[in-house]
Design a protein around this ligand. Sequence first.
Ligand SMILES: Cc1ncc(COP(=O)(O)O)c(C=O)c1O
Length: 410
Amino acid sequence: MSTETPWPPQSSADFPRLASLPAYVFAQVNAEKMVRIAAGEDIIDLGMGNPDIGTPSHIVDELVAHAGDHKHHRYSASRGIYGLRDAMSEHYARRYGVAIDSESEVVVTIGAKEGIAHLMLAILDSGDTVIVPSPAYPIHSYSVVFAGGRVHGIPLAEGERGMVDGDALLEAVEQACASTWPRPKALILSFPNNPTTLSADPGFMERAVEVCRREQLLLIHDFAYADFSFSDDEPPSLMQVPGAKEIGVEFFSMSKSYGMAGWRVGFCVGNPAMVGALTKIKSYLDYGIFQPIQIAAAHALRAEQECVTEVRDTYRRRAEALVGALNRSGWPVPPPLATMFVWARIPERFVEMGSIEFARFLLREAGVVVSPGVGFGAEGEGHVRFALIADEDRLRGAGERVGRALRQNP
Ligand SMILES: Cc1ncc(COP(=O)(O)O)c(C=O)c1O
């Protein structure tokens, strides 16, 4: 414990590593939401990206079939059982035409979030710099801070409609490498992107690998929304880029694609040294996921994939319902090309308020919870994020309520 830690500590903020985390700006809106729910208000909560679509029954049935067997009640393997690692390898071969070695190039994680956090702990030294586009899914930055590293933020901007401005992003990466000493060690990317919903094309992925090779950066790609493109273009996997495995890894999550957020299953695939580092640190920290869950996850990956298409189509219809209602209400919000979110620029006359106050305004005046954009990094200011975690009628209702609130406060 640092000598600066007050004795005895009064709160978690008294511990220096936690005190260096950025403020958790979602907390304030959350606290107000709870008060209103407790008071009996009908609140439409589109804050957290917590999927409401249940897990398909064939996956639940597989869990149930194995849950009672005593041999599965012991500790499992922290790196994941072979059958699940092999199912992930088959998934990459089938879907992306890429060979992933089930022994050395894949490790099972307790969700992508845990995997990213522990990978950073395994590969960073205190003071190492990691380049993270902003806005970002918070763990991309927090994981670096937890590991004692430094975040170098670069702006994430839209290029052509719905696509990342890849040239600007990679130029910023090169500038960061030229201007930061010691040189940055890693770059974290994530497309389709939460919260901005921006997508990337295969050409961008290739250029990203090229830049990382030249700048000697490790590349970490969070592919949690791999199955969530609403256009005809499949989101590219980092692993499809020749040579990507020499410098990077990709995280895949069962949470969104298979409605399994509560089950906590993810994967890290790619570079054997990085996968090995994560495997090693996990072997000290956990004993693996409950084995029947791993068996059911392997079944999910190997069975008919129609359920994944259904989940994606559900989110697409939901996005249309919400965006349609917001647009009819006079808030011109573009439909997302991907993910399970709508990322909306705050109407001009409310921008000054800032995204936290605007989110509080929507809660108070419309009974709708959204995430303030600034919670995803400074560049997220001026926006709010709607998570599509309610059915179409309720989302339409949310859009109408928001429209009424905007009109009543000209
Ligand atoms: C970009 C991104 N990565 C990772 C996660 C978390 O994935 P998991 O549930 O596998 O930990 C999320 C969840 O919202 C996400 O948006």
